[in-house]
Design a protein around this ligand. Structure first.
Ligand code: DMJ
Length: 619
């Protein structure tokens, strides 16, 4: 008989037994099977016991079993150093109720989230993301205090008392305007509203700060400082002009820093400058005209020729950016502006003139229009001031200025039939015999640049400055209100008068008074104070309104209508230049201070022994 083969548990085949042979191997296999079965039973009983024990043990023993030293992270309210003291007493009870409360709160929050709209949730997520990004920036060092740098020699922060009581009286009246303006506008609550940018950015208050300081209005200045400390915020979803933000905000903050030594102004200036840097991300490094402060996306004005950037905008960054590199030790700012200069130096210039438009994608000029007024003006001003600000070591800037002015004199400056010197505009090979109020600043620029001009032409440029001052005074004097129009002609028998209705307005601009002040400083001819006083009186008589001062629409009409805007440059420039005109010359002497194009004074950097970061030398 054949015994069926048995398959042991292991699956190994057991040899078949012959009849009469010993059955031992068969028994051994049967026993092994039952042993394993019993072992399995014991094992499962043990596991069941352990499992049960886990559930019946007190809670704190469970924590001990899983103690990987992470409890302070997983359960933040457990202080591991006190763990040994938890023994089922009131402390443990309070811990339990805390955990319970936390769970309930999380549950509530989850329910709350489910009730919110998709947009709300998205906005919340974005806010969280921004917070994390800000924290990371702080970790990366963006929040670190700025490195200490030697303060340039600050000369002439004094009262500037003119001595002469008559002059002093006039000066006091100008100061009163500023003071009264502060009081009026506190009443109406408009002082913090800006005529530029959005209200969170407070253009007027930033632009006015250094004027308050120079006038000795220290409690008003302090108030402004507090507002800036608490409210000035650049993390706004706003598209701003790189140029305007630079000259008004960065210039204003830097001047306030140098005058007062208060760190907050420097820190804010640097924070804002960081927000402008994305504007330089163009194929050529010529910045976009506008940048969104939040997204960093840049673009140009729709009206600019062939998508171009504007000469007076990308060419009016140098002073502030050099100071930013000086104060932070970060070469990025300096590199951006020196790159612009190098790029311009390589370009062909029609008749030696700089067109107002340059395409930042192609690096080519747009329309061949050249102006020393709107769209061109402060580019020339900053070449001269870069040289002055570097303690006259930046000779490349001076050479570029001299070449540009030579071409301007050859092609743009003429005498009218009535003997008035004017600066026209170059449009596609043709001279337009029209001068803008903005162009009137050039009188002051020529006087400022006279010393140091080539071929000993200092006298010539001082004279040119005087002639421009005279022409601009005529443009005021030939109006009904004794305030200058936006643009005036020298054509078809016209001499320094506006023709078109849309050129007859006066918006509290400073350029003419600015030129009077420079001319006063260099000549001390009393007529400049007299002309300045005429303008001050006309402004007070015709532009003053209940909440402050307003632009007017027609300077040839005896019944003025208002535009209802008080430009921030009225406080930054017009009132400041008037005040300086009636002060002594030792208040902010021009050997030590250079005024940016918004009249914010920045100290001369004695670079003789200093090398700016990122440049082997400034030549
Ligand atoms: C100011 O903002 C600056 O002076 C700028 O350069 C051009 N002009 C305005 C005021 O008129």
């Amino acid at each position: 008989m054949t015994t069926p083969a048995l398959l042991p548990l292991s699956g190994r085949r057991i040899p078949t037994l012959a009849p009469g042979a010993s059955s031992f191997p068969y028994h051994r296999a049967t026993l092994r099977l039952s042993e394993k079965f019993i072992l399995l039973l014991i094992l499962s009983a043990f596991i069941t016991l352990c499992f049960g024990a886990f559930f019946f043990l007190p809670d704190n023993s469970k924590h001990k079993r899983f103690d990987l030293g992470l409890e302070h992270m997983l359960i933040p309210h457990i202080d591991s150093s006190k763990e040994g003291r938890l023994s089922g007493g009131p402390e443990e009870e309070s811990l339990r109720s805390k955990i319970r409360a936390d769970h309930e709160r999380v549950l509530e929050e989850a329910k709350e989230k489910l009730r919110k709209s998709r947009e709300q949730l998205r906005a919340e997520i974005q806010t969280e993301k921004n917070k994390v990004a800000e924290q990371l920036k702080v970790k990366d060092g963006a929040g670190k205090p700025l490195p200490p740098v030697p303060m340039p020699k600050l000369v002439g922060i004094n009262d500037g008392d003119p001595g002469d009581p008559e002059v002093k009286e006039k000066r006091d009246k100008i100061r009163e305007v500023c003071c009264r303006l502060r009081q009026d506008q506190t009443g109406t609550g408009t002082f913090l509203q800006s005529s530029y940018g959005n209200s969170q950015m407070g253009a007027t208050i930033v632009d006015a700060l250094d004027t308050l300081y120079i006038m000795g209005l220290h409690s008003e200045f302090k108030e402004g400082q507090e507002w800036i400390q608490q409210n000035l915020n650049f993390s706004v979803n706003a598209e701003v002009s790189v140029f305007e933000v630079n000259i008004r905000f960065i210039g204003g903050l830097l001047a306030a820093y140098y005058l007062s030594g208060q760190e907050v102004f420097k820190v804010k200036a640097v924070q804002l400058a960081e927000k402008l840097l994305p504007a330089f991300n163009t194929p050529t490094g010529i910045p976009w005209a506008m940048v969104n402060l939040k997204s960093g996306v840049g673009r140009n004005w729709g009206w600019a020729s062939a998508g171009s950037s504007i000469l007076a905008e990308f060419g009016t960054l140098h002073m502030e950016f050099v100071h930013l590199s000086y104060l932070t030790g970060n070469p990025a700012y300096f590199q951006k502006v020196i790159h612009i200069r190098k790029l311009l130096a390589k370009m062909d210039r029609p008749n030696g003139l700089y067109p107002n438009y340059l395409n930042p994608r192609t690096g080519r000029w747009g329309q061949h229009h050249t102006s020393v007024g709107g769209l061109g003006d402060s580019f020339y001003e900053y070449l001269l001031k870069a040289w002055l600000m570097s303690d006259k070591t930046d000779t490349e800037a001076r050479r570029t200025y001299d070449d540009a002015i030579e071409a301007i004199e050859r092609h743009l400056i003429r005498k009218s039939n009535g003997g008035l010197t004017f600066i026209g505009e170059w449009k596609n090979g043709h001279l337009e015999r029209k001068m803008g109020h903005l162009t009137c600043f050039a009188g002051g620029m020529f006087a400022l640049g006279a010393d140091g001009s080539p071929n000993d032409k200092a006298g010539h440029y001082l004279q040119l400055g005087a002639e421009i001052a005279h022409t601009c005074h005529e443009s005021y004097d030939r109006t009904v209100l004794k305030l200058g129009p936006e643009a005036f002609k020298f054509d078809s028998g016209l001499e320094a008068v506006a023709v078109r209705q849309n050129e007859k307005y006066y918006i509290l601009r400073p350029e003419v008074i600015e030129t009077y002040w420079y001319m006063w400083r260099f000549t001390h001819d009393p007529k400049y104070r007299q002309w300045g006083w005429e303008a001050a009186q006309a402004i007070d008589k015709h532009c003053r309104v209940s909440g402050g001062f307003s632009g007017i629409k027609d300077v040839y009409s005896s019944t003025p209508t208002y535009d209802d805007v008080q430009q921030s440059f009225f406080l930054a420039e017009t009132l400041k230049y008037l005040y300086l005109l009636f002060s002594s010359d030792d208040l902010l002497p021009l050997d030590n201070w250079v005024f940016n194009t918004e009249a914010h004074p920045l100290p001369v950097l004695r670079l003789g022994n200093i090398t700016l970061p990122g440049s082997s030398a400034v030549q």
